[in-house]
Design a protein around this ligand. Structure first.
Ligand code: DX5
Ligand code: ZN
Length: 233
């Protein structure tokens, strides 16, 4: 279990794109903490979604208690570096990318930081966790994919639970040695009925797209998720 307070980050991939500003506002009013923003390029993943212009358009709507809410940009693009400053200018707060999509991971992480954002690394379901070994000093978040990236509405891959436990240990050890806490986010197939197990394994940040935007009352789902997380402690 993590010491960090749990964060629910709805993925707007499953929101109604014809009224995205409203969706962002309503989901944050309904108890969501962050907005998860999935960027797909039809190259690194076989789907095409949204870019910096849309990030800029939702920025004024992403507010929580009168303050800007975190926009958590998940880049599924290759190459990565060209687009990073555009997202920073568009109001992103945290930018994560897949290390396989960048030739020079250290340089990309530095670029994200130099542009004033927090940085995250994303591991696909079979990507080894040792990819994190030499990057921990530069990152604020690890994002573990629990589906293959590219689409919302897929099923959670159960082997991710073991991987969450392993990364939790790594991050706890890092916190003990360095006094800095790195968040552990999980993305894909998270629902009310499996979120407790994911929290118990050690995740503290939960992306959920279809589970939230697929239901008429976002608040009910988010509250049920928080209850499940609390029950896992
Ligand atoms: C998948 C995306 C996810 C996705 C999650 O490539 O990174 O963020 O939208 O959607 P659900 O919760 O429906 O699996
Ligand atoms: Zn995502």
């Amino acid at each position: 279990m993590s010491l960090n307070s749990p964060i629910i980050a709805p993925s707007i991939l499953s929101a109604d794109f014809a009224k995205l500003g409203d969706e962002v506002r309503v989901v944050l009013e309904s108890g969501a903490d962050w907005i998860h923003f999935d960027v797909m390029d039809n190259h690194y993943v076989p789907n095409l979604t949204i870019g910096p212009l849309v990030c800029e358009a939702i920025r004024p709507h992403a507010q929580k208690n009168g303050k800007p809410a975190m926009i958590d940009v998940h880049l599924m693009v290759e190459p990565v570096d060209r687009i990073v400053p555009d997202f920073a200018k568009a109001g992103a707060n945290l930018i994560s990318f897949h290390p396989e999509a960048s030739t020079h991971v250290h340089r990309t992480l530095s670029l994200i930081k130099d542009n004033g954002c927090q940085a995250g690394l994303v591991l696909n379901p079979t990507s080894p966790i040792h990819l994190l070994d030499h990057a921990l000093d530069q990152i604020d978040l690890v994002l573990l994919m629990s589906v293959n990236p590219g689409f919302g509405g897929q099923s959670f891959i159960p082997s991710t639970l073991t991987k969450i436990t392993q990364v939790r240990k790594m991050l706890d050890q890092y916190r003990k040695t360095n006094g800095r806490s790195i968040r552990l986010e999980v993305d894909g197939g998270i629902k009310v009925d499996n979120i407790a197990a994911i929290a118990k394994a050690g995740a503290d940040t939960f992306v959920a797209g279809s589970a939230i935007f697929g239901k008429p009352n976002y608040r009910d789902v988010i509250e049920a998720m928080h209850k499940e997380i609390a029950s896992s402690i």
